[in-house]
Design a protein around this ligand. Sequence first.
Ligand code: URA
Length: 231
Amino acid sequence: MKDLYYIMMFNHLGNAKYCKKLIKNKHVMVNGKTCLDSHYQVQFDDDITVDYQKIKAQPFTYIMLNKPKGYICARYDQKYPCVNDLIDQKDCYCLGRLDKDTTGLLIMSDDPTLSKRLLLPQNHVSKKYFVTTQYPMNHQYIEAFKKGIIIDQNTLCLPSQLEIIDDYHGYVTLQEGKYHQIKKMFLSCQNEVVDLKRISFGQIQLDQQLKIGTYRYLTENEIKLLIKNRE
Ligand code: URA
């Protein structure tokens, strides 16, 4: 939540002094009523107008990127291209990293309140991936994934879900994000991941229209779904 005058500044209406003056002089309405309090705490879905023109109640940027292979989830790197090179909003950071060779849905934002809490397993934000393997999968994997696979010799993963589509393709749904987790889970089954694509993050699905390497802003509804997870 942010002060009303700050949200107005974010909408490029002017500096703090000017925005406070607009509020004092009854130019600003919140949810249909004139608001005279510059420090009113704006809610995400408040309807704010200045001289009857709607302004954005949301001060942060939320992006959906369809990550290509070859890019690392960092703002800057000396060796590899970074996902931040693909977006114009350089202050945004990744919500959950994908490996350099993983493609698909990457949410990026400059909202500091989302941060790591969203990624904690106890918040149960599911991440779904489309997996292609080197060798045929078998139905024993499904039970093993459900029980929790051991990776890195002694690290037990939380239960996860595997849906086998055909011998070499399936969907894996995780509630956590350990380093190279899916690759290591398949290695524990004597198999290997040859291609990995994230297709959903919580209730947000990768937009099928979004070309690889391009991004779009999250819709209001998608932002609500994302923010819901941080409470
Ligand atoms: N698991 C992996 O192994 N890599 C990713 O990028 C994401 C999940």
